[in-house]
Design a protein around this ligand. Sequence first.
Ligand code: SF4
Ligand code: SF4
Length: 195
Amino acid sequence: MGYINVSKDPQKSLKNGYLATTLLGLGQTISVFAKQLLKLEESVTIQWPEVEYQYSERFKGAHFLTKRPDGQVRCTACFLCATNCPAQCITIVAGQSSDKGIEKFPLRFEIDILRCVFCGYCEEACPVDAIRLGSEYSMAGLPEQKWVYTKDYLLNRPENKKRLGDKQISKKEENVKDPSVESKLPHIHRTGSGH
Ligand code: SF4
Ligand code: SF4
């Protein structure tokens, strides 16, 4: 028959374990602090806000709207982003474009950024690469600040100007223009197309 050894004073052994691990933790903290103070080890923290962290290109921060090479908004007001948005924070009012090849454009395009959950579904849903989530992550502000990003703001974000210049053109557009990228695109055979 099996049996279990139970400590006579479980409270005491718990206290010893707690104190020992606390002291070990403190020792580790002091050791790292001393090493970084004496520059024997590089610090993993940064001096925010003087130093900004550089996230990768894939980081999903604040949105921006891309432009055509002629500087016009690339969005065709198809509403796919607004339909896919789980937070329902995109408002679009479509207008008739004078260019028959484009058909529609957004008269109004707004994102209520306080409701946005930065899921990136809008970017995924867009068929023409007109909306993207950029690398900007610092969006703290005061209540009186404008928290609904308008079309003009999304098209001319100061943060993007710093990174992309005045271009802010679509990646698709860039890729089509770049023959080295075009040549790498897979050849798609469409069955039943008759070609
Ligand atoms: S990132 Fe998500 S929540 Fe924000 S606007 Fe796009 S789809 Fe909506
Ligand atoms: S941003 Fe893209 S998905 Fe959204 S309305 Fe414009 S074209 Fe359609």
